[in-house]
Design a protein around this ligand. Sequence first.
Ligand SMILES: NC(=O)c1ccc[n+]([C@@H]2O[C@H](COP(=O)([O-])OP(=O)(O)OC[C@H]3O[C@@H](n4cnc5c(N)ncnc54)[C@H](O)[C@@H]3O)[C@@H](O)[C@H]2O)c1
Length: 437
Amino acid sequence: MKRPSEIASPEGKLGVLLPGMGAVATTTIAGVMLARRGLGEPVGSLTQNATIRLGKRTENRTPLVRDFVPLAGLDQLVFGGWDIFPDSAYEAAKHAKVLEDRHLEPIREELDAVRPMPGVFYPEYVKRLNGTHVKTGATKADMVEQLREDIRRFKRDNGCSRCVAVWCGSTETYFPPSAVHDSVESFEKGLASNDPGISNSQMYAWACIKEKVPFANGAPNLTVDFPAAFDLARDEGVAFAGKDFKTGQTLMKTILAPGFKARMLGIAGWFSTNILGNRDGEVLEDPGSFKSKEVTKLGVLDYVLQPKMYPKLYGELFHVVRINYYPPRGDAKEGWDNIDIFGWLGYPMQIKVDFLCRDSILAAPIVLDLALFLDLAQRSSMSGIQEWLSFYFKSPTVAPNLYPEHDLFIQLMKLKNTLRWLKGEEPITHIGHEYYD
Ligand SMILES: NC(=O)c1ccc[n+]([C@@H]2O[C@H](COP(=O)([O-])OP(=O)(O)OC[C@H]3O[C@@H](n4cnc5c(N)ncnc54)[C@H](O)[C@@H]3O)[C@@H](O)[C@H]2O)c1
Protein backbone atom coordinates (compact mmCIF):
# COMPACT_ATOMS: atom_id res chain seq x y z
CA MET A 1 0.00 0.00 0.00
CA LYS A 2 1.26 3.48 -0.84
CA ARG A 3 1.53 6.00 1.93
CA PRO A 4 -1.34 8.51 1.64
CA SER A 5 -0.04 11.84 0.41
CA GLU A 6 -2.35 13.70 2.75
CA ILE A 7 -4.69 13.07 5.64
CA ALA A 8 -7.95 15.02 5.46
CA SER A 9 -8.38 17.08 8.60
CA PRO A 10 -11.01 15.93 11.11
CA GLU A 11 -13.23 18.92 10.63
CA GLY A 12 -16.87 18.98 11.75
CA LYS A 13 -18.78 16.50 13.82
CA LEU A 14 -18.10 12.77 13.74
CA GLY A 15 -21.20 10.59 14.19
CA VAL A 16 -20.38 7.46 16.21
CA LEU A 17 -23.04 4.88 15.41
CA LEU A 18 -23.30 1.92 17.73
CA PRO A 19 -25.55 -0.95 16.66
CA GLY A 20 -26.47 -2.53 20.02
CA MET A 21 -26.82 0.06 22.78
CA GLY A 22 -26.32 -2.15 25.82
CA ALA A 23 -23.67 -2.23 28.53
CA VAL A 24 -20.58 -1.60 26.40
CA ALA A 25 -22.11 1.10 24.19
CA THR A 26 -23.68 3.08 27.04
CA THR A 27 -20.52 2.85 29.17
CA THR A 28 -18.58 4.27 26.23
CA ILE A 29 -21.03 7.09 25.57
CA ALA A 30 -21.32 8.06 29.24
CA GLY A 31 -17.53 7.96 29.66
CA VAL A 32 -16.98 10.34 26.75
CA MET A 33 -19.67 12.71 28.05
CA LEU A 34 -18.06 12.70 31.50
CA ALA A 35 -14.54 13.13 30.12
CA ARG A 36 -15.47 16.15 28.07
CA ARG A 37 -16.97 17.82 31.14
CA GLY A 38 -13.86 16.99 33.13
CA LEU A 39 -15.86 14.64 35.36
CA GLY A 40 -13.99 11.44 34.53
CA GLU A 41 -10.76 10.20 33.01
CA PRO A 42 -10.74 8.07 29.84
CA VAL A 43 -8.38 5.53 31.40
CA GLY A 44 -7.43 2.63 29.13
CA SER A 45 -7.72 4.64 25.92
CA LEU A 46 -4.55 4.75 23.86
CA THR A 47 -5.82 7.64 21.74
CA GLN A 48 -6.38 9.77 24.84
CA ASN A 49 -3.39 8.82 27.00
CA ALA A 50 -0.53 7.28 25.04
CA THR A 51 2.56 8.98 23.71
CA ILE A 52 4.57 7.90 20.71
CA ARG A 53 8.33 8.04 20.41
CA LEU A 54 9.65 9.52 17.18
CA GLY A 55 13.20 9.22 15.90
CA LYS A 56 16.17 8.30 18.08
CA ARG A 57 16.03 7.98 21.85
CA THR A 58 18.33 10.97 22.09
CA GLU A 59 15.92 13.24 20.22
CA ASN A 60 13.37 13.41 23.03
CA ARG A 61 10.41 13.60 20.66
CA THR A 62 7.46 11.86 22.29
CA PRO A 63 4.20 13.66 21.51
CA LEU A 64 0.82 12.39 22.57
CA VAL A 65 -0.66 10.14 19.89
CA ARG A 66 -3.61 12.52 19.57
CA ASP A 67 -1.26 15.45 18.92
CA PHE A 68 0.80 13.45 16.43
CA VAL A 69 -1.98 12.22 14.14
CA PRO A 70 -5.09 14.27 13.38
CA LEU A 71 -7.83 12.56 15.40
CA ALA A 72 -11.33 13.84 16.04
CA GLY A 73 -11.57 15.41 19.49
CA LEU A 74 -14.01 14.13 22.10
CA ASP A 75 -16.02 17.36 21.73
CA GLN A 76 -16.65 16.56 18.08
CA LEU A 77 -18.34 13.20 18.72
CA VAL A 78 -22.10 12.73 18.39
CA PHE A 79 -23.47 9.36 19.47
CA GLY A 80 -26.30 7.39 17.95
CA GLY A 81 -27.17 3.82 17.16
CA TRP A 82 -29.75 1.10 17.01
CA ASP A 83 -31.26 -1.32 19.47
CA ILE A 84 -34.11 -3.78 19.52
CA PHE A 85 -35.28 -2.25 22.82
CA PRO A 86 -36.40 1.40 22.92
CA ASP A 87 -34.56 2.39 26.14
CA SER A 88 -32.54 5.60 25.96
CA ALA A 89 -28.82 5.39 26.64
CA TYR A 90 -29.56 6.60 30.20
CA GLU A 91 -32.16 3.88 30.81
CA ALA A 92 -29.99 1.20 29.22
CA ALA A 93 -27.00 2.30 31.34
CA LYS A 94 -29.16 2.13 34.49
CA HIS A 95 -30.27 -1.35 33.49
CA ALA A 96 -26.71 -2.48 32.73
CA LYS A 97 -25.57 -1.38 36.22
CA VAL A 98 -22.00 -0.82 35.10
CA LEU A 99 -21.77 2.84 36.10
CA GLU A 100 -22.91 4.20 39.42
CA ASP A 101 -25.38 7.06 39.88
CA ARG A 102 -22.54 9.41 40.77
CA HIS A 103 -21.46 9.03 37.14
CA LEU A 104 -24.87 8.78 35.49
CA GLU A 105 -26.78 11.58 37.21
CA PRO A 106 -24.57 14.53 36.19
CA ILE A 107 -25.06 13.63 32.51
CA ARG A 108 -28.59 12.25 32.78
CA GLU A 109 -30.20 14.68 30.35
CA GLU A 110 -27.53 14.39 27.70
CA LEU A 111 -27.49 10.60 27.97
CA ASP A 112 -31.27 10.35 27.93
CA ALA A 113 -31.36 12.26 24.65
CA VAL A 114 -29.47 9.42 22.94
CA ARG A 115 -32.26 7.16 21.73
CA PRO A 116 -31.73 4.10 19.61
CA MET A 117 -33.20 3.79 16.15
CA PRO A 118 -35.27 0.59 15.72
CA GLY A 119 -33.07 -2.42 15.02
CA VAL A 120 -33.05 -5.10 12.36
CA PHE A 121 -33.86 -8.27 14.18
CA TYR A 122 -34.40 -11.77 12.87
CA PRO A 123 -34.51 -13.73 16.14
CA GLU A 124 -32.92 -16.90 14.77
CA TYR A 125 -29.45 -15.29 15.02
CA VAL A 126 -29.65 -14.45 18.74
CA LYS A 127 -31.45 -16.75 21.09
CA ARG A 128 -32.84 -15.55 24.41
CA LEU A 129 -33.76 -12.03 23.20
CA ASN A 130 -37.22 -10.81 22.20
CA GLY A 131 -36.82 -7.38 20.66
CA THR A 132 -39.81 -5.03 20.48
CA HIS A 133 -38.20 -1.98 18.87
CA VAL A 134 -37.64 -3.46 15.44
CA LYS A 135 -38.00 -2.62 11.79
CA THR A 136 -40.41 -4.39 9.48
CA GLY A 137 -39.74 -5.14 5.84
CA ALA A 138 -40.47 -7.88 3.33
CA THR A 139 -36.84 -8.64 2.54
CA LYS A 140 -33.38 -8.29 4.02
CA ALA A 141 -32.63 -5.92 1.13
CA ASP A 142 -35.42 -3.65 2.45
CA MET A 143 -33.81 -3.78 5.88
CA VAL A 144 -30.46 -2.69 4.49
CA GLU A 145 -32.19 0.19 2.68
CA GLN A 146 -33.85 1.30 5.92
CA LEU A 147 -30.53 1.20 7.76
CA ARG A 148 -28.93 3.27 5.01
CA GLU A 149 -31.73 5.81 5.29
CA ASP A 150 -31.20 5.90 9.09
CA ILE A 151 -27.52 6.70 8.58
CA ARG A 152 -28.25 9.49 6.11
CA ARG A 153 -30.93 10.97 8.38
CA PHE A 154 -28.69 10.77 11.45
CA LYS A 155 -25.91 12.55 9.58
CA ARG A 156 -28.26 15.26 8.35
CA ASP A 157 -30.11 15.82 11.63
CA ASN A 158 -26.92 16.05 13.65
CA GLY A 159 -24.91 18.04 11.14
CA CYS A 160 -22.16 15.39 10.98
CA SER A 161 -19.51 15.62 8.30
CA ARG A 162 -18.97 11.84 8.51
CA CYS A 163 -19.80 8.75 10.59
CA VAL A 164 -18.11 5.63 11.91
CA ALA A 165 -19.77 2.49 13.32
CA VAL A 166 -18.74 -0.04 15.97
CA TRP A 167 -20.88 -3.16 16.41
CA CYS A 168 -21.74 -3.46 20.12
CA GLY A 169 -24.72 -5.78 19.64
CA SER A 170 -25.24 -9.17 21.22
CA THR A 171 -23.15 -12.11 20.08
CA GLU A 172 -24.89 -13.98 17.30
CA THR A 173 -25.08 -17.71 16.99
CA TYR A 174 -22.21 -19.42 15.15
CA PHE A 175 -22.70 -19.44 11.38
CA PRO A 176 -19.92 -20.49 9.01
CA PRO A 177 -19.86 -18.49 5.75
CA SER A 178 -21.77 -20.05 2.85
CA ALA A 179 -22.01 -19.50 -0.93
CA VAL A 180 -24.10 -16.36 -0.38
CA HIS A 181 -21.03 -14.72 1.23
CA ASP A 182 -18.76 -15.36 -1.75
CA SER A 183 -19.27 -12.23 -3.83
CA VAL A 184 -21.01 -8.86 -3.81
CA GLU A 185 -23.49 -10.20 -6.39
CA SER A 186 -24.35 -13.35 -4.45
CA PHE A 187 -24.77 -11.35 -1.24
CA GLU A 188 -27.05 -8.77 -2.90
CA LYS A 189 -29.12 -11.62 -4.35
CA GLY A 190 -29.25 -13.24 -0.93
CA LEU A 191 -30.52 -10.01 0.61
CA ALA A 192 -33.33 -9.85 -1.95
CA SER A 193 -34.28 -13.51 -1.45
CA ASN A 194 -33.99 -13.52 2.38
CA ASP A 195 -31.13 -16.01 2.40
CA PRO A 196 -30.97 -17.58 5.90
CA GLY A 197 -27.15 -17.33 5.85
CA ILE A 198 -27.31 -13.52 6.20
CA SER A 199 -27.38 -12.47 9.84
CA ASN A 200 -28.56 -9.22 11.46
CA SER A 201 -25.07 -7.84 12.03
CA GLN A 202 -24.13 -8.51 8.40
CA MET A 203 -27.00 -6.28 7.26
CA TYR A 204 -25.72 -3.43 9.45
CA ALA A 205 -22.19 -3.85 8.15
CA TRP A 206 -23.41 -3.94 4.55
CA ALA A 207 -25.49 -0.78 5.02
CA CYS A 208 -22.56 1.04 6.66
CA ILE A 209 -20.07 0.09 3.97
CA LYS A 210 -22.52 1.15 1.27
CA GLU A 211 -22.83 4.51 3.03
CA LYS A 212 -19.02 4.73 3.26
CA VAL A 213 -19.12 4.49 7.03
CA PRO A 214 -16.05 2.65 8.39
CA PHE A 215 -17.08 -0.30 10.54
CA ALA A 216 -15.54 -2.21 13.46
CA ASN A 217 -16.95 -5.44 14.79
CA GLY A 218 -16.74 -5.88 18.57
CA ALA A 219 -18.40 -9.29 18.71
CA PRO A 220 -17.19 -12.69 17.49
CA ASN A 221 -19.86 -13.07 14.77
CA LEU A 222 -18.75 -13.00 11.13
CA THR A 223 -20.21 -9.54 10.58
CA VAL A 224 -17.64 -8.32 8.04
CA ASP A 225 -15.53 -11.47 7.86
CA PHE A 226 -16.44 -12.82 4.46
CA PRO A 227 -15.21 -12.32 0.89
CA ALA A 228 -18.23 -10.31 -0.31
CA ALA A 229 -17.73 -7.75 2.48
CA PHE A 230 -13.99 -7.56 1.73
CA ASP A 231 -14.78 -6.87 -1.93
CA LEU A 232 -17.50 -4.32 -1.18
CA ALA A 233 -15.25 -2.42 1.26
CA ARG A 234 -12.47 -2.31 -1.31
CA ASP A 235 -14.83 -1.19 -4.10
CA GLU A 236 -16.40 1.50 -1.92
CA GLY A 237 -13.07 2.55 -0.39
CA VAL A 238 -14.18 1.90 3.19
CA ALA A 239 -12.00 0.92 6.17
CA PHE A 240 -13.07 -1.87 8.51
CA ALA A 241 -11.67 -4.00 11.32
CA GLY A 242 -12.66 -6.92 13.52
CA LYS A 243 -13.38 -8.88 15.51
CA ASP A 244 -14.36 -9.37 19.16
CA PHE A 245 -13.00 -6.78 21.60
CA LYS A 246 -9.92 -8.05 23.40
CA THR A 247 -10.75 -7.49 27.07
CA GLY A 248 -10.62 -9.56 30.27
CA GLN A 249 -9.28 -13.05 30.13
CA THR A 250 -8.08 -12.98 26.52
CA LEU A 251 -6.24 -9.74 27.16
CA MET A 252 -4.44 -11.46 30.04
CA LYS A 253 -3.70 -14.46 27.82
CA THR A 254 -2.11 -12.33 25.12
CA ILE A 255 -0.04 -10.56 27.77
CA LEU A 256 1.13 -13.73 29.55
CA ALA A 257 1.54 -16.25 26.73
CA PRO A 258 4.04 -14.13 24.72
CA GLY A 259 6.09 -13.82 27.93
CA PHE A 260 6.27 -17.59 28.47
CA LYS A 261 7.11 -18.08 24.84
CA ALA A 262 9.77 -15.37 24.89
CA ARG A 263 11.52 -17.36 27.67
CA MET A 264 10.88 -20.70 25.89
CA LEU A 265 8.96 -22.09 28.86
CA GLY A 266 6.67 -25.01 28.02
CA ILE A 267 2.92 -25.05 28.63
CA ALA A 268 1.10 -28.33 29.25
CA GLY A 269 -2.36 -26.92 29.87
CA TRP A 270 -4.38 -23.75 30.20
CA PHE A 271 -7.78 -23.98 31.84
CA SER A 272 -9.88 -20.80 31.72
CA THR A 273 -13.26 -20.39 33.32
CA ASN A 274 -15.48 -17.34 33.78
CA ILE A 275 -18.62 -16.32 35.58
CA LEU A 276 -20.55 -13.27 34.50
CA GLY A 277 -24.09 -12.04 35.02
CA ASN A 278 -24.85 -9.35 32.45
CA ARG A 279 -27.05 -9.69 29.38
CA ASP A 280 -24.00 -10.67 27.34
CA GLY A 281 -23.52 -13.59 29.76
CA GLU A 282 -27.15 -14.56 29.36
CA VAL A 283 -26.87 -14.58 25.56
CA LEU A 284 -23.67 -16.62 25.82
CA GLU A 285 -25.58 -19.34 27.71
CA ASP A 286 -26.96 -20.29 24.33
CA PRO A 287 -24.63 -22.94 22.85
CA GLY A 288 -24.71 -21.30 19.39
CA SER A 289 -23.56 -17.90 20.70
CA PHE A 290 -21.01 -19.58 22.98
CA LYS A 291 -19.61 -21.46 19.99
CA SER A 292 -18.90 -18.10 18.26
CA LYS A 293 -17.07 -16.92 21.39
CA GLU A 294 -15.23 -20.20 21.90
CA VAL A 295 -13.83 -20.10 18.37
CA THR A 296 -12.33 -16.62 18.88
CA LYS A 297 -11.11 -17.37 22.42
CA LEU A 298 -9.44 -20.71 21.65
CA GLY A 299 -7.56 -19.52 18.56
CA VAL A 300 -5.44 -17.06 20.53
CA LEU A 301 -2.94 -19.45 22.14
CA ASP A 302 -2.39 -21.43 18.97
CA TYR A 303 -1.29 -18.35 17.10
CA VAL A 304 0.82 -16.90 19.91
CA LEU A 305 2.59 -20.16 20.79
CA GLN A 306 2.96 -21.73 17.31
CA PRO A 307 2.85 -25.36 18.53
CA LYS A 308 3.85 -26.72 15.12
CA MET A 309 7.08 -24.74 15.30
CA TYR A 310 7.66 -25.64 18.99
CA PRO A 311 6.16 -29.13 19.38
CA LYS A 312 8.20 -29.98 22.52
CA LEU A 313 7.01 -26.88 24.34
CA TYR A 314 3.43 -26.43 23.15
CA GLY A 315 2.55 -29.46 21.02
CA GLU A 316 0.52 -31.14 23.79
CA LEU A 317 -1.10 -28.03 25.24
CA PHE A 318 -4.59 -28.78 26.58
CA HIS A 319 -6.68 -25.60 26.30
CA VAL A 320 -10.19 -25.27 27.73
CA VAL A 321 -12.43 -22.18 27.91
CA ARG A 322 -15.70 -22.08 29.87
CA ILE A 323 -18.20 -19.26 30.43
CA ASN A 324 -21.04 -19.56 32.91
CA TYR A 325 -23.93 -17.16 33.35
CA TYR A 326 -24.15 -16.21 37.01
CA PRO A 327 -26.57 -13.28 37.57
CA PRO A 328 -25.39 -12.09 41.03
CA ARG A 329 -22.15 -10.79 39.50
CA GLY A 330 -23.74 -8.53 36.88
CA ASP A 331 -21.04 -6.93 34.75
CA ALA A 332 -18.33 -7.69 37.33
CA LYS A 333 -16.93 -10.82 35.78
CA GLU A 334 -14.51 -13.19 37.44
CA GLY A 335 -12.12 -15.12 35.24
CA TRP A 336 -9.85 -17.84 36.56
CA ASP A 337 -6.90 -19.24 34.71
CA ASN A 338 -4.93 -22.26 35.79
CA ILE A 339 -1.76 -22.49 33.73
CA ASP A 340 0.39 -25.61 33.91
CA ILE A 341 3.81 -24.62 32.69
CA PHE A 342 7.08 -26.54 32.68
CA GLY A 343 10.73 -25.51 32.80
CA TRP A 344 14.28 -26.90 32.69
CA LEU A 345 14.22 -30.69 32.25
CA GLY A 346 10.43 -30.60 32.14
CA TYR A 347 9.81 -29.78 35.83
CA PRO A 348 6.18 -28.66 36.24
CA MET A 349 5.01 -25.36 37.77
CA GLN A 350 1.60 -23.75 38.10
CA ILE A 351 0.35 -20.22 37.75
CA LYS A 352 -3.12 -19.14 38.92
CA VAL A 353 -4.68 -15.92 37.75
CA ASP A 354 -7.90 -14.65 39.27
CA PHE A 355 -9.01 -11.57 37.38
CA LEU A 356 -11.94 -9.74 38.96
CA CYS A 357 -12.59 -7.53 36.02
CA ARG A 358 -15.29 -5.27 34.71
CA ASP A 359 -16.04 -6.16 31.15
CA SER A 360 -17.60 -2.96 29.91
CA ILE A 361 -15.04 -0.78 31.73
CA LEU A 362 -12.36 -2.61 29.73
CA ALA A 363 -14.32 -2.50 26.47
CA ALA A 364 -15.33 1.20 26.47
CA PRO A 365 -11.87 2.63 25.71
CA ILE A 366 -11.56 0.12 22.88
CA VAL A 367 -14.79 1.36 21.30
CA LEU A 368 -13.57 4.96 21.54
CA ASP A 369 -10.14 4.19 20.09
CA LEU A 370 -11.59 2.12 17.25
CA ALA A 371 -14.01 4.90 16.32
CA LEU A 372 -11.22 7.50 16.27
CA PHE A 373 -8.64 5.34 14.50
CA LEU A 374 -11.07 4.04 11.87
CA ASP A 375 -12.07 7.61 11.14
CA LEU A 376 -8.38 8.45 10.78
CA ALA A 377 -7.91 5.50 8.40
CA GLN A 378 -10.88 6.61 6.32
CA ARG A 379 -9.61 10.18 6.10
CA SER A 380 -6.24 8.78 5.05
CA SER A 381 -7.85 6.77 2.21
CA MET A 382 -6.81 3.47 3.80
CA SER A 383 -9.61 1.17 2.73
CA GLY A 384 -10.33 -2.50 3.42
CA ILE A 385 -9.00 -4.50 6.37
CA GLN A 386 -7.15 -2.40 8.97
CA GLU A 387 -4.85 -5.05 10.37
CA TRP A 388 -2.93 -2.45 12.39
CA LEU A 389 -5.96 -2.35 14.71
CA SER A 390 -5.47 -6.04 15.68
CA PHE A 391 -4.33 -4.68 19.06
CA TYR A 392 -8.00 -4.30 20.02
CA PHE A 393 -9.34 -7.68 18.93
CA LYS A 394 -9.44 -11.26 20.14
CA SER A 395 -9.61 -12.57 16.60
CA PRO A 396 -8.06 -10.03 14.26
CA THR A 397 -9.37 -9.96 10.72
CA VAL A 398 -6.49 -10.31 8.27
CA ALA A 399 -6.04 -10.90 4.53
CA PRO A 400 -7.17 -14.45 3.57
CA ASN A 401 -3.59 -15.69 3.00
CA LEU A 402 -2.23 -14.45 6.36
CA TYR A 403 -2.35 -15.73 9.91
CA PRO A 404 -3.40 -13.17 12.53
CA GLU A 405 -0.88 -11.67 14.94
CA HIS A 406 -2.12 -12.08 18.53
CA ASP A 407 0.87 -11.03 20.61
CA LEU A 408 -0.23 -7.78 22.25
CA PHE A 409 3.25 -6.29 22.10
CA ILE A 410 3.76 -7.02 18.41
CA GLN A 411 0.29 -5.60 17.83
CA LEU A 412 1.20 -2.41 19.67
CA MET A 413 4.41 -2.03 17.68
CA LYS A 414 2.45 -2.54 14.46
CA LEU A 415 -0.11 0.08 15.48
CA LYS A 416 2.47 2.69 16.43
CA ASN A 417 4.65 2.00 13.38
CA THR A 418 1.58 2.42 11.19
CA LEU A 419 0.99 5.85 12.75
CA ARG A 420 4.66 6.76 12.15
CA TRP A 421 4.41 5.54 8.55
CA LEU A 422 1.24 7.57 8.01
CA LYS A 423 3.08 10.71 9.01
CA GLY A 424 6.29 9.91 7.12
CA GLU A 425 8.33 9.18 10.27
CA GLU A 426 10.85 6.29 10.41
CA PRO A 427 9.50 3.06 11.91
CA ILE A 428 11.18 2.10 15.18
CA THR A 429 13.00 -1.21 14.95
CA HIS A 430 14.63 -1.16 18.43
CA ILE A 431 17.99 -2.23 16.95
CA GLY A 432 19.71 0.87 18.31
CA HIS A 433 23.22 0.01 17.07
CA GLU A 434 23.80 3.65 16.09
CA TYR A 435 24.11 4.63 19.76
CA TYR A 436 27.28 2.51 19.98
CA ASP A 437 28.98 3.43 16.70
N1 LIG B 1 -17.58 -6.23 27.38
C1 LIG B 1 -16.59 -6.92 26.89
O1 LIG B 1 -15.55 -7.05 27.51
C2 LIG B 1 -16.69 -7.54 25.54
C3 LIG B 1 -15.57 -8.17 25.02
C4 LIG B 1 -15.64 -8.74 23.77
C5 LIG B 1 -16.82 -8.71 23.07
N2 LIG B 1 -17.91 -8.12 23.60
C6 LIG B 1 -19.13 -8.14 22.81
O2 LIG B 1 -19.70 -6.86 22.74
C7 LIG B 1 -21.09 -7.02 22.54
C8 LIG B 1 -21.82 -6.11 23.51
O3 LIG B 1 -21.63 -6.53 24.85
P1 LIG B 1 -22.55 -5.94 26.00
O4 LIG B 1 -21.99 -6.41 27.29
O5 LIG B 1 -22.76 -4.49 25.78
O6 LIG B 1 -23.92 -6.71 25.74
P2 LIG B 1 -25.40 -6.22 26.04
O7 LIG B 1 -26.23 -7.44 26.00
O8 LIG B 1 -25.45 -5.36 27.25
O9 LIG B 1 -25.72 -5.27 24.80
C9 LIG B 1 -25.99 -5.76 23.53
C10 LIG B 1 -27.14 -4.95 22.97
O10 LIG B 1 -27.35 -5.36 21.63
C11 LIG B 1 -28.72 -5.29 21.38
N3 LIG B 1 -28.99 -6.04 20.15
C12 LIG B 1 -29.03 -7.38 19.96
N4 LIG B 1 -29.32 -7.66 18.67
C13 LIG B 1 -29.44 -6.47 18.05
C14 LIG B 1 -29.74 -6.09 16.71
N5 LIG B 1 -29.96 -7.00 15.78
N6 LIG B 1 -29.81 -4.78 16.42
C15 LIG B 1 -29.59 -3.82 17.36
N7 LIG B 1 -29.31 -4.12 18.65
C16 LIG B 1 -29.24 -5.42 18.97
C17 LIG B 1 -29.33 -5.86 22.64
O11 LIG B 1 -30.68 -5.50 22.78
C18 LIG B 1 -28.45 -5.19 23.70
O12 LIG B 1 -28.97 -3.96 24.16
C19 LIG B 1 -21.41 -8.51 22.74
O13 LIG B 1 -21.51 -9.14 21.49
C20 LIG B 1 -20.19 -9.00 23.46
O14 LIG B 1 -19.93 -10.37 23.25
C21 LIG B 1 -17.88 -7.52 24.82
